[in-house]
Design a protein around this ligand. Structure first.
Ligand SMILES: Nc1nc2c(c(=O)[nH]1)N[C@H]1C(S)=C(S)[C@@H](COP(=O)(O)OP(=O)(O)OC[C@H]3O[C@@H](n4cnc5c(=O)[nH]c(N)nc54)[C@H](O)[C@@H]3O)O[C@H]1N2
Ligand SMILES: Nc1nc2c(c(=O)[nH]1)N[C@H]1C(S)=C(S)[C@@H](COP(=O)(O)OP(=O)(O)OC[C@H]3O[C@@H](n4cnc5c(=O)[nH]c(N)nc54)[C@H](O)[C@@H]3O)O[C@H]1N2
Ligand code: SF4
Ligand SMILES: [Mo]
Length: 652
C-alpha cells in the first residue's frame, strides 16, 4: 500500500463490493481514499467518503438488550449471550437442528461468515444463507455449473484491455462508481465501445455508444438473438468452440431456428441496433460483460446462461480483456458465499451432498457437516414460526421485504427466539428477543473479498460506540456455548482465516500474510480464470440450449421496473419519490412531469412524482425499490399510472 508513514493503515470500504481502500483523515467524518487494486488512483466515491456516518451515530446500538415483560431491556453481555444461546439451544433440543435459521453476513468479514456457517453446521443444520446472495444467484450458478467458480472470471484491471464492454441490467456508474471510473471509463476513453443492455437509460448509458432497451424479462431471448446474428455473420470463434466447449452444435442448430424478426419484436428492440452489436462482437477481439441485479431472477429463463453462451461462442472467456463480471452489491457478498454461507455449499463452493468434501471438512471440525441442503434465505423466512422456531440474524433486515406486512408480521412474530446482531436499530428490531450491538466494517479486523475475488484486509480505524463488539467475538462465543468449545477456540480472525483456507478449495494456499497486500483467489490462477481450461469434469465449458419463448407482458399496462435497493439510506429523496415513464405513455395517461400520480397494481396504490423521460422505454414504469417494493408483492409486473389531481374548484 502506498501512503505517508504517518497515515493510519488503510482498510476496505464497507459500502459496496468494489473494495476500495480508505483510511481516516483529518476530518473525522470523511474517509480518505488510499490507493488499492480497485481504486488505483486512491479516490473514493461519495458513498465511500461518507462511510463513517453510516449508520448514523444516533441510530447505533450501544448496549445488548433482552426482551423482558415485552420490553427490550439493557443487560450485560454475559446475560445477553446466555439468553441468545439458550433460545437457540432450546429450539434445537425441542424441534431439531433444522428448526434453526442462520441469516445474513455479507456486511461481515470472511472470518465472521466462516464462523456463522460453522456454527450452523455444528448445530446440525445447513439452514444458513443471506438474501443479498439471491440477487445474483442465477449468474453465480451459471458460472459455477458451466465454468467452475461462482465469481467474476477476470480481475477489474482486465476491463482496461477490453474492446467492447457489454453492461447488462446494471448501473455501475452509480452503484459501483470507482470500478466504473477506474476501469470502464478509461477503457472507453482509449477506444473501447460500451454497450448498455437495459430497459432504462441511466448514468451508465451516458458513456454508451449503443443502448439496447429490451422489454424487461426478455434478455435471454435478445441475447440468443445476438448469438444467432453473430453466427450468421461468421463471427463464431470456431477453434475456441471446438477445443474448449461442448454442446455447441445443438445450440447453434437451435439458434438457426430463431426467427430474426420475431425475436427483435418480442424483445422490443430495433433490429438494426442488434446487428450493430453483433458486428462489434464479430469485429473486435475482446469483449467483457458486466452484469448487475437486472439480468438475474427472470425465471423460467436464465438470462445469464444466454449471456454466457454469447461469450463462449465468441471466444470471450479465459483471456484478459474478456469474461463475465458479477458486479455484486454488498461489501462481502462474494466472501460470504466463498466462506460457505450458502445452504447447499460448504466453504469453497463444494456441495454439501459431496461425501468426500463433508469428510474433509469433518476432519477439521471433528464432526461431519449435515448432508441435506438447507433452505435458502427466502424459504427460511417463509418457514419462520412453522418449521423454523429460532433464528440468528447477523446484519440483515428481513422486515424490509416484498411480502405483505401482515405476512411478515406473522413470520417474524412467529419465532420462539429471534437473536439479532446489528449495528443499528432497524425495522426488524421490534421482533427480536435478544439484540446484540455490532461493530461495523470500519471498527473491526479481518478480511473481505470483493467482486473480482480480491481478498483484502479490514482494519479498525475507529472504536465502536458503547459496548458494541465485532461479530467475530459474538459468533465465537455463541459457537463455544452451543457446540464443541474447542471448535471456536480462535485467538482472533487470523486463526479463523487459516482454517477457512485449510478447508476451502477456493482459498487453498492463501495466507493471512498475503492479504495484507491483497490477493485474488483461487490459488495461483491470477486475475484471469480459465486461461488453460475450465474447472469442469472434462475441462470444457458447456453450452445450454436456447431458452423457451417468454411472455413479453401485457402491452396495455406499464411494466414495473424497480431500480436501487429498498434499504439504501443514501438514495436521494428525488430518486426515491419518482416514477419515470416515457413521454408517449405520459401523454396517453394525461400525466405531466412533476405531478403526483397513483401507481397501482389494482390492489396496492403508491403515490409518486411523475417524471417523463425518453430514458425509459415505452411500456415501462421505473421506480426506486424503496417505494416500488409494495407493488412487487403480488408478482404481477403490470401497473397502471394515473394522475392524482384533486378536482379543481370550478370545472368546465
Ligand atoms: N449508491 C449506492 N450504491 C450501491 C447500493 C446502494 O444502496 N447505494 N447498493 C449496492 C447493492 S446491495 C447492489 S445489489 C448494487 C445494485 O447494483 P445494480 O444492479 O447495478 O443496481 P440498479 O441501479 O438497480 O440496476 C439494475 C438495472 O437493471 C435494470 N433492469 C431491470 N429489469 C431488467 C431486465 O429485465 N433486463 C435488463 N437487461 N435490465 C433490467 C434496471 O433498469 C436497472 O438499470 O448496488 C450496490 N451499490
Ligand atoms: N424487498 C426488497 N428486498 C430486497 C431488496 C429490495 O430492494 N427490496 N434488495 C435486495 C438487495 S440488492 C440486498 S443487497 C439485500 C440487502 O438486505 P439487507 O442485508 O437486509 O440490508 P441492509 O440494510 O443493507 O443491511 C442490513 C443491516 O446490516 C447492518 N450492518 C452494517 N454493518 C454491519 C456489521 O458489520 N455487522 C452487523 N452485524 N451488522 C451490520 C446495518 O445496520 C443494517 O441494518 O436485500 C435484498 N432484498
Ligand atoms: S465504489 Fe464502493 S467500495 Fe469504492 S468508495 Fe464507493 S462505495 Fe466504497
Ligand atoms: Mo444487493
Amino acid at each position: 500500500m502506498v501512503g505517508d508513514e504517518s497515515d493510519p493503515p488503510p482498510t476496505t470500504c464497507p459500502e459496496c463490493g468494489v473494495g476500495c481502500q480508505l483510511t481516516r483523515g483529518p476530518d473525522p467524518d470523511r474517509a480518505r481514499g488510499r490507493k488499492g487494486p480497485a481504486n488505483p488512483d486512491g479516490r473514493l466515491c461519495r458513498r465511500g467518503a461518507t462511510t463513517f456516518g453510516r449508520p448514523p451515530e444516533a441510530e447505533r446500538l450501544r448496549r445488548p438488550r433482552v426482551r423482558r415483560d415485552g420490553e427490550l431491556t439493557p443487560v450485560s453481555w454475559e446475560t445477553a449471550m446466555a439468553a441468545a444461546a439458550e433460545g437457540l439451544a432450546d429450539a434445537r433440543d425441542a424441534t431439531g437442528p433444522d428448526s434453526l435459521a442462520f441469516l445474513g453476513a455479507p456486511r461481515c468479514t470472511n472470518e465472521e461468515n466462516y464462523l456463522l456457517q460453522k456454527l450452523a453446521r455444528l448445530c446440525g443444520t445447513n439452514n444458513v444463507d443471506n438474501r443479498a446472495r439471491l440477487c445474483h444467484d442465477q449468474t453465480a450458478r451459471a458460472l459455477a455449473d458451466r465454468l467452475g467458480w461462482p465469481a467474476s472470471t477476470n480481475g477489474l484491471d482486465g476491463l482496461r484491455s477490453a474492446d467492447v464492454i457489454l453492461v447488462v441490467g446494471a448501473n455501475p456508474a452509480a452503484r459501483q462508481p470507482m470500478a466504473f471510473d477506474s476501469f470502464v471509463r478509461p477503457a472507453v476513453r482509449d477506444g473501447a465501445t460500451l454497450v448498455h443492455l437495459d430497459p432504462v437509460g441511466n448514468e451508465t448509458t451516458r458513456l454508451a455508444d449503443v443502448h439496447l432497451a429490451p422489454r424487461p424479462g426478455t434478455d435471454a431471448l435478445l441475447l440468443d438473438h445476438l448469438s444467432a446474428r453473430v453466427d450468421a455473420r461468421g463471427g463464431v470463434a470456431e477453434s475456441f468452440v471446438a477445443d474448449r466447449t461442448r454442446d455447441a452444435d445443438r445450440y447453434r442448430e437451435e439458434l438457426t431456428a430463431l426467427e430474426r424478426g420475431d425475436a427483435a419484436a418480442v424483445a422490443g428492440v430495433d433490429d438494426a441496433a442488434v446487428d450493430r452489436v453483433a458486428e462489434l462482437l464479430c469485429e473486435r477481439d475482446r469483449t467483457a460483460a458486466v452484469v448487475g441485479t437486472g439480468i438475474d431472477g427472470q425465471p423460467p429463463v436464465s438470462a445469464p446462461d444466454a449471456l454466457l453462451n454469447l461469450l463462449l461462442l465468441t471466444g470471450n472467456v479465459g483471456r484478459p480483456g474478456t469474461g463475465l463480471y458479477v458486479f455484486r452489491g454488498l461489501v462481502n457478498e462474494q466472501g460470504a458465499t466463498d466462506a460457505g454461507c450458502v445452504p447447499d455449499k460448504l466453504p469453497g463452493h463444494v456441495s454439501v451432498t459431496d461425501a468426500d468434501a463433508r469428510e474433509r471438512v469433518g476432519s477439521v471440525w471433528g464432526v461431519d457437516p449435515p448432508k441435506r441442503p438447507g433452505l435458502d434465505a427466502k424459504a427460511l423466512v417463509g418457514a419462520f414460526g412453522d418449521a423454523v422456531r429460532a433464528a440468528l440474524v447477523v446484519g440483515e433486515n428481513p422486515a424490509v421485504s416484498k411480502r405483505p406486512d401482515e405476512w411478515l408480521d406473522r413470520r417474524l412474530g412467529g419465532l420462539d427466539t429471534l437473536v439479532l446482531v446489528d449495528a443499528a436499530e432497524t425495522a426488524t428490531t421490534p421482533y427480536a428477543d435478544v439484540v446484540l450491538p455490532a461493530a461495523t466494517g470500519v471498527e473491526k479486523r479481518g478480511t473481505v473479498t470483493n467482486l473480482d475475488r480480491t481478498v483484502q484486509r479490514v482494519r479498525p480505524v475507529r472504536d465502536p460506540p458503547g459496548d458494541a463488539r465485532p461479530d467475530f467475538e459474538v459468533l465465537r462465543e455463541l459457537g463455544s456455548r452451543l457446540t464443541a468449545p474447542a471448535q471456536f477456540d480462535f485467538d482472533g480472525p487470523d486463526e479463523a482465516f487459516d482454517e477457512l483456507a485449510d478447508v476451502s478449495p477456493a482459498y487453498a494456499g492463501l495466507s493471512v500474510g498475503e492479504t495484507k497486500s491483497s490477493r485474488q483467489w483461487p490459488g495461483d490462477a491470477g486475475s484471469t480464470l480459465y486461461e488453460d481450461g475450465f474447472e469442469t469434469a472434462d475441462g470444457r465449458a458447456r453450452f445450454v440450449g436456447v431458452q423457451p419463448p417468454v411472455d413479453a407482458g401485457d402491452d396495455d399496462g406499464l411494466r414495473l421496473v424497480s431500480v436501487g435497493r429498498a434499504n439504501d439510506d443514501a438514495a436521494t429523496r428525488g430518486e426515491r419519490d419518482r416514477v419515470r415513464i416515457h413521454p408517449d405513455d405520459a401523454a396517453a395517461r394525461d400525466v405531466a412531469t412533476g405531478e403526483t400520480v397513483a401507481v397501482t397494481d389494482g390492489e396496492t396504490v403508491v403515490e409518486a412524482v411523475a417524471e417523463t423521460t425518453d430514458d425509459v422505454r415505452r411500456g415501462t414504469a421505473v421506480m426506486h425499490a424503496a417505494i416500488a417494493d409494495p407493488l412487487e408483492r403480488r408478482g404481477d409486473p403490470n401497473v397502471a399510472v394515473r394522475p392524482l389531481r384533486s378536482a379543481p374548484a370550478t370545472q368546465e
